[in-house]
Design a protein around this ligand. Structure first.
Ligand code: SAM
Ligand code: SF4
Length: 351
């Protein structure tokens, strides 16, 4: 069965030079893939304005990969060089079989197993159970500390205190380090940057500010709403002195900073738009319905579910993954004149 070649012929892409290629996930620009973002569901109990419209249509259950399918494809990726796996979504904690998935993935020979969550459905027992099953790190999302704003941004009834509690619980459970993401959007929450940093100093976590990206299902992104890394850092420095400490490894997304006064926690900036880090990218995404996306902004997706359900051998799936990764685009192209937002919003890709 020649399952790999149609990717290239049907999409007018140059096929990889198999003679030169090693059996590891590497793209045509020489970037090695070590990080897998696995979206476990596209569903969510929130409808964050920068991510999902209230009337979003979700995938049908039958379209979602099962736990054995996710574990198989993750295992094959690990065999091809993946060292870290992050579970995401949608909201991974609404996924019914999350614990089974964590337990199975934790058995793979990887260096790291992490998850990103909105933190609204977490309690002590869940955090401790995830840790026991093998989850190492947790990233939570918190864009505002103000209840009215939190309700407006997430379109939920969850108060921000629930997420703040979840941050403390994750730390208490030994998930380490705990990080918190905030997407900063002009005139929504750009006046809370310092308040969020103060919370990070008080509790002791790394606060990660993410530049707003054109991945919202409403397609309402525009450059005027973007608050740049430079502006975020300038704002923080009006109150706290920061010491740059570089990225986490060569391909880390975040520009990390410690507090110069030695306070616990820190600040990270994910400057996806203004300081692009595509040249060092080591990431590969697989959506909840089994589409391999070499880039967050890919317009090409590769359907591994068909192979998983069609009796393909491990070797055939590996070839398919190798071919898919080879097509990874040079960069996301947000700043290019002809940029087109991908059809899938963030929630259906996996952030
Ligand atoms: N539901 C989980 C959560 O919110 O943490 C995990 C999935 S969410 C898609 C992953 C991350 O993507 C979140 O931290 C969220 O803030 C971020 N995100 C969503 N839409 C975004 C956008 N348009 N630009 C930048 N970041 C975005
Ligand atoms: Fe849900 Fe996360 Fe998207 Fe918010 S950012 S709607 S919590 S998937």
């Amino acid at each position: 069965m020649a399952m790999n070649l149609p990717i290239f012929t049907s999409r007018g892409l140059a096929p990889p030079n198999r003679e030169l290629r090693e059996r590891r996930l590497i793209d045509a620009y020489g970037r090695t893939i070590r990080d897998l973002r696995l979206s476990v569901t596209d569903r969510c109990n929130f409808r964050c304005t920068y991510c999902m419209e209230p009337d979003v249509r979700f995938l049908r259950k039958v379209e979602l990969l099962t736990v054995p399918e996710m574990v198989r494809v993750a295992r094959l990726c690990v065999g091809l060089g993946v060292e870290k796996i992050r579970l995401t979504g949608g909201e991974p904690t609404v996924y019914q079989h999350l614990d089974d998935l964590i337990a199975e993935l934790a058995k793979l020979p990887i260096k790291d197993l992490a998850m990103t969550t909105n933190g609204s459905l977490m309690d002590d027992a869940r955090a401790r159970e995830w840790k026991r099953l093998g989850l190492r790190r947790l990233t939570l999302s918190l864009d505002t500390l103000r209840p009215d704003r939190f309700a407006a941004i997430t379109r939920s009834k969850t108060p921000p205190e629930t997420v703040i509690d979840a941050i403390r619980k994750a730390k208490d459970a030994g998930l380490d380090p705990v990080r918190v993401n905030a997407v900063i959007v002009r005139n929504w929450n750009d006046d809370e940057i310092v308040d969020l940093v103060d919370l990070a100093r008080e509790i002791g976590f790394e606060m990660r500010f993410i530049e707003y990206m054109p991945l919202d299902s409403a397609r309402a992104w525009d450059r005027d709403k973007l608050v740049s890394a430079e502006e975020i850092l300038r704002t923080i420095r009006t109150r706290h002195e920061l010491t740059p400490i570089g990225r986490d490894g060569k391909s880390g997304t975040s520009l990390n900073h410690a507090f110069a006064d030695g306070a616990p926690g820190g600040v990270g900036i994910i400057a996806s738009v203004t300081r692009i880090f595509c040249g060092q990218c080591s990431r590969l995404r697989i959506t909840a319905d089994g589409q391999v996306r070499p880039c967050l902004f890919s317009n090409n997706e590769f359907d591994v579910r068909v192979l998983l359900r069609g009796g393909a051998s491990d070797e055939q799936i590996e070839d398919f993954l190798l071919d898919s990764v080879w097509t990874k685009q040079a960069q996301h192209g947000i700043n290019d004149a002809g940029f087109e937002q991908p059809d899938r919003p963030m929630s259906a890709i996996g952030g």
